[in-house]
Design a binder for this molecule. Sequence first.
Ligand code: HAM
Length: 412
Amino acid sequence: MAPRHQAPKGTFDILPADEAARALVAEHSARLLDAAGFGRIETPAFEDTELFTRGVGESTDIVSKEMFSFSDRADRPLTLRPEGTAPICRAYVEHGMHKDPQPVKLWYAGPFFRAENPQKGRYRQFNQVGAEAIGTDSPLADAELIVLLDEFLRGLGILQLELRLSSLGSPTTRAAYREELRDYLREHEGELSSEVRSRIDSNPLRAFDSDHEGTRAVVASAPTLLERLEGEDAEHFAAVRRLLDAAGVPYRLDPALVRGLDYYTRTVFEFTCDSLGAQSGVGGGGRYDGLVEMLGGPPTPAIGWAAGVERILLAMAETPPWARPEVFVVCGDGDAAFDLTLELRRHRISAQFDLAGRAFKGQMKQADRSGARFAVILELDGSAKLREMESGDQREVDPAELPAVVIAAREA
Ligand code: HAM
């Protein structure tokens, strides 16, 4: 018998049964990004290798270890694209898009290639959906893009998300900070992993990314770049945070957020979903104000993100859209239940209420059946109680404070 072949390590076949979920993600991407004014762009699956060595950075894992590179018959070095931002900036310059009204907003979807060690959620060929706004330095663009990614993921039913946010400042702030960090790491050289030690000079920031116990202990008390932001960098970051707060998108400041690409400046962010295990990054991105110029274009600030389709599909499988609500609103007055349910949802609390005109007892039964963690019992006199369904514990709460009370109770 002839030997049987298998799909290469870290790759997979997409079978007819897998297509429906993928089509849903594709339609959702197109609908959301088209409506937000992004035009779709498609670039080749491979590029000149130099685009990535220059654009993404020689010392990154992606360039130093993970590229599928080859040469054509004329010995031109080529590489299967490991990411989409450098190719899009290449296309922006090549097609003179800097002469168009700015910013130029582009989105893309397709396969990317990294020679990583495969595991759940980490493959050698995977798909990304991405969006880039090129030609704007406004913090409004940072906020717009982050809110868009939040909407993109939530719209697919992925609810258990955490947004980690940081700023890398400008290249000068970063250079000064790098020096400070190098000195600090050298003082603790003996406690670091050999990999981090060997990169103290080339890429000290990667120490924050290490799983090595000794290294983690050292970086826990290292100075952070966020503490060193000043002037316009600090103002920019404060504006982004203010806009996210106003949009009601919660985030955690993470001074140790290191993205594995060298082109970032100022804002960086990543959405993680804990249920995914080790590969929890569903989507991320940031500003790359120097990349277009580095690739031969005029100085052009820009920001964007990419999300991994396979990780999205895994996360969607973990949180089915019919997941139980967090709160069931019980109230004799349908209009009041409607108002409160919408108010809770505006605070990202999944909430339901009775639509069948049930009496109080029937609504309580319905709350139980829905699997909700809490029932809010809203009395006709305007008072309210929060009931923990499992224990039956119940307490008076101020209806105006309900979203905050539920969020606090969630963590209790
Ligand atoms: P990235 O964080 O390297 O960013 O990748 C974006 C997303 O692609 C990750 O959050 C993850 O979901 C998915 N991903 C990455 N590697 C793999 C893999 N080996 N297997 C499965 N999924 C993976 C970028 O690529 C930047 N170009 C994002 C960006 C756009 N920054 C600015 N604009």
